[in-house]
Design a protein around this ligand. Structure first.
Ligand SMILES: Cc1cc2nc3c(=O)[nH]c(=O)nc-3n(C[C@H](O)[C@H](O)[C@H](O)COP(=O)(O)OP(=O)(O)OC[C@H]3O[C@@H](n4cnc5c(N)ncnc54)[C@H](O)[C@@H]3O)c2cc1C
Length: 425
């Protein structure tokens, strides 16, 4: 019996989500975006259904991200990374989100460990000694990522108000000689059991001291440390490949060089660099684009695996697609503006726009997926096609703390009507 011929490798053909010339991206930015789009389209798109069906972590995709240098996208060039800033990362992540939501979302958790300790920390205030220690420590983390392909997770959520930024994290780090002893629990920890390091937000608390948000620490703890366990099932509606299980920390010793940010710097970042909480939005921007792209291909009779039946000649379909197009442009324009103006000490307007962009992207992606299913019809939502996965994955976006869709609404309403310190007394 002759072996079946190997499937011919996919060739990248999708256009960039954002045109280089139209928004004046540099060649370097366009190249990083193209790199992300190429791995997404030619490799991740075909694997996404299996990771989703089995709710397993996309390990193969991470090997590709490492090979392409994309695990180190935000690591400064001087330290061997691609040196991407906030906007470039966002554009690349949106390209990945077009093809595999779970990979884009978990890649975001990983990249934040380098974006926040890298370009973002460079914008924050530190004295010379603190800066020197920080630079030496981050090099250790960056080397692991670039040389060994180490993956960093970002478990913040605890099920209370801490991840929303309202109170101190309940996970406690007690200072001891050479480091800390950590105790606590993190829920929905994407990459649980698959990351090499857990970038945990916790509160440094001396014996008898009251927990304060000012004492938040951001520590990258080796996943193999004694006292860490991954518990609970993982069988959710969407974003199934994120494997966001529960992490328990019981008397875990964490060495000093695990700090991804020095004391007090995370608190400073949260106050002065609020766009740091918008880095999940590119995943949903990509999903919005994917829902629209699918609809165009479907109506043109060009979806692989489907009979080449055209439906584009019906005026009803044309109107429906026009409405989707307008919605996509609205989402993209708001989002692009917000990721472009991310900076330290943004104006009130810029912060309100960031909340609006986060809300618009997360809610808009699912709305486009809904419209795509309605427009394409019954055959389009079969499990053999990506649209039903995009519909489920995109629904999960609005739930991400600290900037959930609800919290964005809360903040826009309050901050648009009150200046800092204003009351109605
Ligand atoms: C697919 C997926 C992946 C995820 N990955 C991660 C991850 O990698 N890391 C991570 O840290 N988290 C992750 N999360 C968790 C996410 O960020 C939220 O923490 C989680 O969805 C919150 O659960 P909930 O909606 O049940 O919130 P709840 O438990 O209902 O809300 C959390 C708490 O926030 C507070 N809160 C809610 N609304 C307000 C408000 N208006 N004002 C003030 N406080 C408020 C309340 O005290 C509330 O108890 C992920 C979630 C999903 C769905």
């Amino acid at each position: 019996m002759t072996a079946a011929p190997a499937a011919s490798p996919r060739v990248a053909s999708d256009a960039p989500m954002v045109e280089q010339d139209a928004v004046r991206l540099t060649d370097e930015q366009a190249e990083i975006m193209a790199r992300a789009r190429r791995v997404g389209e030619t490799l991740f798109a075909d694997r996404a259904a299996e990771f989703d069906r089995t709710a397993t972590f996309p390990t193969a995709n991470y090997k590709d991200l490492h090979r392409e240098g994309l695990l180190g996208i935000c690591i400064p060039k001087s330290l061997g990374g691609l040196g991407a800033g906030y906007q470039t990362y966002s554009l690349a992540a949106a390209e990945i989100g077009r093809y595999c939501g779970a990979t884009a979302l978990t890649w975001n958790m990983h990249v934040c460990s380098t974006l926040w300790s890298g370009p973002l920390a460079d914008d924050l205030e530190m004295d010379a000694a603190m800066r020197a220690t920080h630079n030496a420590r981050r090099e250790i983390h960056y080397r692991r990522i670039l040389e060994d392909g180490a993956i960093y997770a970002q478990p913040f959520s605890e099920g209370g108000a801490a991840a929303a930024g309202s109170v101190a994290f309940g996970t406690e780090a007690k200072p001891v000689k050479g480091g800390w002893i950590l105790n606590g629990k993190k829920i929905f920890a994407s990459l649980a059991g698959h990351a090499n390091y857990y970038g945990v937000l916790c509160t440094e608390t001396e014996e008898g001291e009251k927990a304060s948000r000012r004492n938040t620490l951001y520590l990258a703890i080796p996943a193999t440390s004694e006292g860490i366990s991954v518990v609970g099932d993982w069988d959710p509606l969407g974003m199934r490949g994120t494997v966001s299980r529960t992490l328990l920390f019981k008397d875990v010793f964490v060495p000093e060089d695990a700090a991804l940010m020095p004391r007090g710097v995370y608190y400073q970042a949260a106050l002065r660099w609020p766009h740091m909480f918008m880095t999940l939005s590119p995943t949903y921007m990509g999903q919005a684009q994917a829902a629209y792209d699918f609809t165009v291909k479907y109506l043109r009779g060009e979806v692989p695996g489907m009979p080449p039946v055209k439906r584009r000649m019906y005026p009803t379909k044309q109107i429906a697609l026009a409405e989707m197009h307008i919605k996509l442009q609205q989402i993209k324009a708001t989002w692009f503006q917000a990721v472009t103006e991310a900076r330290p000490n943004p104006s009130k307007d810029q912060v309100l726009r960031a909340y609006a962009a986060q809300y618009t992207t997360m809610e808009g992606a699912n709305d486009l997926a809904r419209l795509a299913i309605r427009t394409c019809g019954g055959q389009s939502m079969l499990k053999s096609l990506p649209l039903e996965r995009i519909y489920r994955d995109s629904r999960c976006g609005s739930l991400m703390l600290p900037w959930t869709a609800e919290l964005c609404l809360d903040r826009i309403g309050r901050e648009a009507l009150y200046n800092p310190g204003e009351t109605d007394e």
